[in-house]
Design a protein around this ligand. Structure first.
Ligand SMILES: [Zn+2]
Length: 62
């Protein structure tokens, strides 16, 4: 099995297990590369990350 066959959210540990979930995850999760390894962030965590980044930006502006 390929390493990226089952995306696992690096933030909350959510794992795509069924074929449908894997397909869905590949389309909607954010993927990145960390030291040559693929990392995944599920939809929910990506959204919360965005909010967190926006929050940080907001506080930096002040
Ligand atoms: Zn997650």
């Amino acid at each position: 099995m390929a390493d990226d066959a089952s995306p696992v959210c690096s933030t909350c540990g959510l794992t795509a297990t069924t074929e449908a979930e894997v397909t869905h995850a590949r389309l909607t999760w954010s993927s990145g590369l960390e030291r040559g390894r693929r990392t995944w962030t599920c939809e929910r965590c990506a959204r919360e990350n965005l909010r967190g980044i926006e929050g940080k930006l907001d506080s930096q502006w002040w």
